[in-house]
Design a binder for this molecule. Structure first.
Ligand code: NAG
Ligand code: NAG
Ligand code: NAG
Ligand code: NAG
Ligand code: NAG
Ligand code: NAG
Ligand code: NAG
Ligand code: NAG
Ligand code: NAG
Length: 410
């Protein structure tokens, strides 16, 4: 029952996911070294006059494809200029003072003649609006990180900036690993420990409906080196939940964008399956143990958009067990905690890491969740009731006998 409500909830949430573009740009200096990096999301809401003197409001995003050729890097002043669409641009000016840098202003220039955004605009000129951003006091040699939304408004334009990772005045040609976290993010993360230390909230965190749709099931088979014979069979829908110091996230493995590598267990009784997508790499290690096989180790690495990565592994697991020569199956959705910071959510799972014959799964041994044991509930209730009746009857009989002997003795 609980599982169903979970599923329903994340279907609802999943449908609300909007398409949002992440814009990632790198600017290089004259020596072809990285000097400015940005990875961010921006939305604009613009009100403009239409023919007939009324107003119209449109919302658009900074697209993922932009032209940064107007950008420049200097020792104390840098400019990130992103041109997009038909004559629009978004420009940030940075200045450095001692060991801090900040963004002085942001200028959005939009072209009202662009009919694809500003329909029926009464003017055909370009408009520029200037904002004062809250990107300040960033330590030199660190990147500014702010996942929270920052909305600024100016006359006809409202700008929302979020999921920001940016670094101006990059030294040595590579982005820093150290970050300066914005105040808003700090406010939300300092509250996190209190919610994660309580055992009850940890449970809600791992079973909470994921804010991403359920993963699609994919086939991830591995062939023996040298010939096309399949030596490891796997199919599943897989979602990774991880919790690093910054946030709790769920990532689906998309079958279409996942490559399969690994090693089969010929006679060393270890098999490895490595699934790699753009963002995540998951390594499964299966071993033979007696007449059984089991999933012994899981190692997950997630690449963050800002270039850092998260990694967690457990090499002492005993999951997905089945008899050698058969396959392990679990159709129902199943969540396994791998470490404190990592859990795997699977559905339509079937694996056979050893003794694959004719490229097909052998007999499946199903997980406990798949076995429908709900019929046992009425039986158990019935038995308990029956037992209770017998108990009452016995105590009644004993009681009667006792009271009878009692009367006789009087
Ligand atoms: C960004 O814009 C999209 C549509 O353009 C909208 O659905 C979404 O809610 C906006 N997001 C934010 C954070 O403003
Ligand atoms: C504005 O948009 C119009 C129509 O797309 C285009 O012809 C014009 O060149 C653009 N203006 C600028 C400054 O790019
Ligand atoms: C558009 O611009 C041209 C000249 O650039 C001008 O002659 C024309 O009147 C303008 N149209 C509108 C609707 O403002
Ligand atoms: C991060 O900053 C600390 C202290 O400033 C420094 O010791 C460390 O080397 C930096 N780490 C990286 C990866 O830049
Ligand atoms: C393919 O290779 C595996 C192991 O290397 C071997 O067991 C199998 O017989 C080979 N299959 C064919 C068709 O050659
Ligand atoms: C995978 O890609 C194919 C075509 O490239 C598409 O038809 C199919 O819907 C995709 N499947 C998923 C699960 O995205
Ligand atoms: C398989 O076992 C044989 C004999 O025990 C050994 O010589 C061979 O090196 C093993 N091969 C692998 C890949 O472990
Ligand atoms: C997990 O994988 C990462 C990246 O490949 C590696 O650096 C790390 O050592 C692995 N951890 C374990 C426990 O195998
Ligand atoms: C591995 O797990 C077993 C049983 O769960 C436990 O007894 C053992 O101490 C664990 N070993 C390590 C290295 O954590």
């Amino acid at each position: 029952m609980f599982r169903f409500s979970c599923l329903a909830m994340f279907l609802v949430l999943g449908s609300e996911i909007e398409k949002a573009y992440t814009t990632e740009v790198t600017v290089k200096d004259k020596d072809d070294k990285l000097c400015l990096y940005a990875n961010l999301m921006v939305n604009f809401t613009v009100t403009y006059e239409v023919v007939g003197k009324s107003n119209n409001t449109v919302e658009f995003q900074l697209p993922d494809v932009v032209n940064a050729s107007g950008s420049s890097c200097g020792t104390d002043n840098s400019t990130l200029k992103l041109s997009f669409g038909n004559g629009h641009s978004w420009t940030i000016n940075f200045t450095k003072e001692k060991d801090m840098y900040k963004a002085d202003n942001i200028v959005l220039t939009y072209n009202l003649s662009d009919d694809s955004i500003f329909k029926n605009a009464s003017s055909n000129g370009t408009v520029s609006v200037k904002f004062t951003p809250s990107i300040a006091n960033v330590v030199v040699d660190t990147y500014y990180s702010c996942k929270s939304q920052d909305t600024v408004e100016n006359d006809a334009v409202k700008q929302t900036l979020w999921n920001v990772a940016l670094q101006a005045f990059v030294t040595n040609g590579s982005k820093s690993e150290n970050e300066t976290v914005c105040a808003k993010d700090k406010a939300s993360t300092t509250q996190m420990p209190t919610t994660t230390t309580a055992a009850t909230t940890v449970i809600t965190a791992t079973t909470a409906p994921p804010p991403v749709p359920p993963p699609s099931a994919g086939t991830y088979n591995l062939s023996a080196a040298g010939n096309g014979t399949i030596c490891l069979l796997a199919s599943m829908g897989l979602q990774i939940s991880y919790n690093d110091s910054l946030d709790f996230q769920k990532v689906n493995l998309e079958p279409n964008k996942t490559t399969v590598t690994g090693a089969c267990g010929s006679n060393n009784s270890i098999a490895a399956l490595v699934l790699t997508s753009e963002k995540v790499a998951v390594a499964f290690t299966f071993i033979e143990e007696g007449k059984k096989f089991l999933l012994h180790a899981v190692n997950v690495t997630v690449k963050h958009i800002n270039g850092t990565s998260f990694s967690a592994a457990n090499t002492n697991l005993s999951l997905w067990q089945a008899t050698l020569g058969s396959s392990y199956m679990c159709n129902k959705e199943q969540t396994q905690n791998i470490t404190d910071t990592l859990s795997l959510y699977t559905l339509k799972l079937q694996v056979q890491p050893f003794e694959v014959k004719n490229d097909k799964f052998s007999t499946a041994e199903e997980c406990f969740l798949d076995a429908d044991l709900s019929f046992l509930v009425p039986i158990a209730v019935g038995m308990a009731l029956g037992f209770l009746i017998v108990l009452v009857l016995i105590s009644y009989l004993i009681g009667r006998r006792k009271s009878r002997t009692g009367y006789q003795s009087v």
